[in-house]
Design a protein around this ligand. Structure first.
Ligand code: PEP
Ligand code: MG
Length: 626
């Protein structure tokens, strides 16, 4: 494997999605190909193409799993091993500091002697703090006493020490607090083998990020103008990392086994998010093919962009609302560019990640207000945070330990109701933003009527408080809807329709919970199938309940962005679809081509099937003009 520095060539900046109906693809092993004399061997890896487009650049390899600090309990017999783990991490961190020290001393000629002396002094202090200090002793005591894992013990000790310093309002002590945080962070990184936080944001232009695993939080930090592509060993198509990559328009392939053992930082890499292929050291022919594909894609993008101003109307004259899913405010340019009819799903948890504390009411209000104003009268659907699972925010999920990281634990509305003060703050911000344009509120992971009622009470309380403050809010409260993304919610959809104003079908989680398949797990990704009759029947049941109760229902899971499923969803009665902005032109093109009468008839035939193969065949038959 060559580590010869490779110059980034180019990246296809197209963001238009080319989703695939999920199918059984098991990632293949790498195969060596094309031995070119004096040139590095081209290696081809297959995985899941989760964000379309093609990108070529220089590998930036990030080793080690990226995890937030999660607390978990250990048993009495595990204490000794945990203490040993802490000591080993401290020892490793000391070696790193010592290496830094000798590097700095070697720079005595190029930087001032005074600066060298100061840095040397600081590193000395770090070295000793990693040896025997209140931080290390305190963490050891917590492992012994509280029976928790080492990284959580270090984190708790950092908080305890720095809180004391902060209370004294002394600039010298504040600086010492920063030193303790820095040393603690290094210790935690060595425990979880994680590089410095935020460093991904600083990679050089034309980088292809290569990792064993990228969290959604890591991905949200990436600068789409700098990153040519993403390739990781772990992850599935419907993971939030995949959703984030699509939102940023960065070509991405996940679930690529063996990748890290065959690639080094500096290698040239080609990421094909359409085919789900990663090519290390691409040959001259591969580079030529890349250039050809890039120009074709640009032409196609220009053609689809021309659709932005056209309404999404079926051939038989039925209007369909195509809205955008948004995670970060920076996506709003793309939302407007494709002519979306508002935001059908604002995943508000992404406004809160990568920050030590949650934003307050004013900051949330300003963020939301800007989005509402930019939508110019189209509705903005703000989903209350769906923390938990793969979207971890320490300040929210931390106190719940492993439950906060579990897909069956403290996530979605459960977590919000357990921390009602945060939910009320968000509701106040949403209500104030609603004074600038239409807003809807959406609750994630609902499983019972009681959850909706409890959220309504908090919303009413937020409104009363704002009235007392004399804040400008609309007279009528915004519509409050529920995500149908757990089988329980789909099966009680008729009752939920009585207490909520609209439904949004979260087909990603609905598929996961119905089929018992983790949507982020590459090993079962080939079994993840939103077209499984069980999933389709739940969707149909919820759609029918909404229709009977005359409340609107949309689909905002990834099914909505697949043009091959558009006729089926419309045929089931949906008139609102929400998706990554870049998918809107293709779905709109499909709507312009189809006849709703024929689509409804075909949807009925599909719903009579129990065999996924037959369902697939009927879908494919229907792909011509319906
Ligand atoms: C879903 O589950 O389909 C959904 C839209 O929510 P998320 O992908 O954020 O879990
Ligand atoms: Mg969901």
């Amino acid at each position: 494997m060559s580590s010869e520095p490779a110059r980034p060539i180019a990246t296809d900046r197209q963001t238009d999605n080319q989703p695939t109906v999920p199918h059984a693809t098991v990632p293949q092993r790498a195969t060596g190909k094309d031995m070119i004399e004096d040139a590095p061997i081209e290696l081809i890896f297959d995985g899941f193409g989760v964000s379309p487009g093609i990108g070529m650049g220089t590998a930036h390899v990030r080793e080690g799993a990226a995890t937030d600090v999660t607390e978990y309990r250990i048993t009495g017999t595990q204490v000794a091993a945990e203490l040993k783990r802490l000591r080993t991490a401290a020892e490793r961190a000391r070696r790193q500091v010592a290496r830094l020290q000798s590097k700095i001393r070697g720079k005595a000629k190029s930087i001032s002697a005074l600066a060298v002396e100061e840095i040397d002094y600081l590193l000395d202090a770090y070295f000793h703090m990693l040896k025997d200090s209140r931080l290390v002793r305190g963490a050891e005591a917590r492992i012994n006493r509280d029976r928790i894992n080492a990284e959580a013990a270090v984190q708790a000790e950092i908080e305890a020490i720095t809180q004391g310093f902060e209370a004294m309002h002394d600039p010298y002590l504040a600086a010492r607090g920063d030193d303790i945080r820095e040393v603690g962070r290094r210790l935690i990184q060595n425990l979880v083998r994680k590089p410095a936080p935020g460093y991904l944001a600083a990679v050089s232009k034309g980088s292809v990020i290569v990792a064993d695993e990228l969290t959604p939080a890591d991905t949200a930090l990436l600068d789409p103008d700098k990153v040519a592509g993403i390739a990781a060993m772990a992850g599935g198509r419907q993971s939030h990392t995949a959703i984030m990559a699509r939102a940023l328009g960065v070509p991405c392939v996940l679930g690529v086994p063996g990748l890290l053992s065959a690639i080094r930082s500096g290698d040239r890499v080609y990421v094909d998010g359409d085919l789900g292929r990663v090519v290390v050291n691409p040959s001259a022919e591969t580079i030529q093919a890349f250039r050809l594909r890039r120009s074709e894609r640009l032409r196609e993008k220009r053609r689809l962009t021309r659709l932005a101003k056209r309404a999404a109307v079926t051939r038989d004259g039925v209007d369909i609302q195509l809205q955008a899913n948004v995670e970060l405010p920076m996506e709003m340019d793309a939302v407007l560019e494709v002519g979306a009819a508002g935001v059908g799903l604002l995943r508000s948890e992404f406004l809160f990640i990568n920050r030590p504390t949650l934003p307050g009411e004013d900051e949330q209000y300003e963020l939301l207000r800007d989005i509402v104003i930019r939508c110019q009268g189209h509705p903005v659907t703000v989903r209350t945070p769906d923390f938990g699972g793969d979207v971890r925010v320490e300040s929210m999920t931390g106190e719940f330990g492993q439950s906060g990281a579990s897909l069956l634990g403290m996530r979605g509305i459960r977590l919000s109701l357990a921390r009602p003060e945060h939910l009320e703050t968000q509701f106040r911000a949403i209500l104030r933003a609603a004074a600038h344009g239409p807003v809807r509120i959406l609750l994630p992971l609902v499983t019972s009527l009681a959850e909706v009622r409890a959220a309504k009470e908090i919303l009413a309380r937020a409104a009363r408080r704002l009235h007392r403050r004399g804040a400008a809010i609309p007279i009528a409260l915004p519509p409050l809807g529920v995500m149908i993304e757990v089988p329980a919610a789909a099966l009680i959809a008729d009752a939920l329709a009585q207490v909520s104003d609209f439904f949004a079908i979260g087909s990603n989680d609905l598929t996961m919970y119905t089929l018992a398949i983790d949507r982020g797990d590459q090993w079962v990704a080939h079994l993840y199938d939103p077209l499984h009759p069980a999933v389709l029947r739940l969707i149909q049941f919820a759609a029918a309940a909404a229709l009977r109760s005359r409340i609107p229902a949309s689909v905002c899971g990834e099914m909505a962005s697949d043009p091959r499923l558009t006729a089926l969803l419309l045929g089931l009665g949906f008139r609102e679809l929400s998706m990554t902005a870049s998918s809107i032109p293709k779905v709109k093109q499909r709507i312009l081509d189809l006849d709703l009468g024929a689509a409804t008839y075909r949807a009925q035939r599909i719903m009579e099937q129990t065999d996924p193969v037959r369902i697939q065949a009927l879908l494919e038959e229907g792909m011509g003009p319906a």
